[in-house]
Design a protein around this ligand. Structure first.
Ligand code: PLP
Length: 378
């Protein structure tokens, strides 16, 4: 099989799994217990927190572990909305967010908040001037993703951070696709809240974190015990937290080499697709993009059917759109970028990662070209 869906999730790195196992087998104590047996778990959590903090240039005290990216996004939006509703009811986001942000924004609209969904250009890029224009005296939060999961476009977060800061408005960014893949600095970028998820950088599923800048007014999402300094209740997912720390450390260590390799694979893949298939268009920004994501529109072919045929050939890719009970909706991201419904339905995403090899890339494109030829003729 050829796995080209690393933006959906990644394989857990063997080094990560190895570290996690001992927190199931030996150090299985509850970190909140006071006896010595649990001390190792508390230390492991502290250690992982430092690694995560280092990766985004935050302080360990600003990192709060969650059950993943979706929870972090939910917490950022609902937590700020409820804490700041005395100040205002307006939230600014974009029309290309992950559903973990979009659907929370819609939910908040149902309870009296006003949400502006900013448009994007044909590359999926937000215009910072649109943000300036959208800000009102009621604006309490700007939530804009660091990099898009469907097309890989990297947003001008630093510029957005400056605008948010100048206006005294919190900036949240869903950095789930960016963390562990491109450099992030929450201070340079003036970010107040940032979501990450371990399974997008070769860590385990079901663990993530929300960075909350010190002094930020936010309510908890999960109430209960006093874990995570009284801000996120629930017995800690110790093996997950350990795995996340290990995974982010590995990602940072190999950063430049790995990106160079993945960009090489990506560019070979794009070249080969364009030289062997006609009527193809690359979706997303030509330069300001994540290393591993290729989203293409293939004229006259249903992405849906193509994916099914690729699946039968043991090649795993994605349409990048949410599959709701079998019926494939055209991607809201591609539509926001101005693609027609038909173009959006003809698009597929390949996302490359650490464990892909050049031979797989060539084999996948050969198969793709063959399938496109067959589907166009049928
Ligand atoms: C995967 C993803 C999420 C959701 O993260 P989970 O850990 O799977 O809940 C949120 N935002 C983006 C951009 C993602 O790619």
């Amino acid at each position: 099989m050829i796995y080209l869906d690393n933006a959906a999730t990644t394989k857990v790195a063997p080094e990560v799994l190895k570290e996690m196992v001992s927190y199931y087998e030996e150090h299985y104590g509850n970190p909140s217990s006071i006896y010595y047996f649990s001390a190792a778990c508390r230390d492991a959590i502290d250690n992982a927190r430092q690694k995560v903090a280092r990766a985004i240039k935050a302080r360990p005290s600003e990192i709060f572990f969650t059950s993943g990216g979706s929870e972090a996004d939910n917490w950022a939006l609902k937590g700020i909305a409820s804490a700041l509703k005395y100040k205002g009811n307006h939230i600014i986001t974009t029309s290309i967010e992950h559903h973990a942000v979009l659907n929370v924004a819609r939910f908040l609209e149902g309870s009296g908040f006003r949400v502006t969904y900013l448009p994007v250009d044909k590359y999926g890029m937000v215009d910072p001037d649109d943000i300036k224009r959208a800000i009102s005296k009621d604006t309490i939060l700007i939530s804009i993703m660091y990099a898009n999961n469907e097309v890989g476009t990297v947003e001008p977060i630093r510029e957005i951070g400056r605008i948010a800061h100048e206006n005294g408005i919190y900036l949240h960014t869903d950095a789930v696709q960016a963390a562990g893949h491109i450099p992030i600095d929450v201070n340079e970028d003036m970010i107040d809240l940032l979501s990450i998820s371990a399974h997008k950088f070769y860590g385990p599923k079901g663990i993530g974190a929300l960075y909350i800048r010190e002094g930020t007014e936010i309510y908890p999402l999960i109430h209960g015990g006093g874990q995570e300094r009284n801000r996120r209740a629930g017995t800690e997912n110790v093996p997950g937290i350990v795995g996340m720390g290990c995974a982010i450390e590995l990602a940072l260590k190999g950063f430049d080499d790995e990106n160079e390799r993945i960009i090489y694979l990506r560019d070979r893949m794009i070249d080969k697709i364009f030289s062997s298939i006609s009527g193809v268009k690359l979706n997303g920004h030509p330069e300001k993009r994540l290393p591993g994501i290729i989203n293409i529109c293939i004229d006259g072919v249903s992405g849906d059917t193509l994916l099914l045929n690729l699946d039968m050939a043991g090649i795993y890719a994605s349409s990048g759109s949410a599959c709701t009970s079998g019926s494939l909706e055209p991607s809201h991201v591609l539509l926001a970028m101005g693609l027609t419904e038909e173009e959006a339905r003809s698009s597929i995403r390949f996302s490359l990662g650490r464990y892909n090899e050049i031979e797989e890339i060539y084999e996948a494109v050969e198969k793709l070209a063959e399938l496109v030829g067959r589907l166009r003729n049928s």
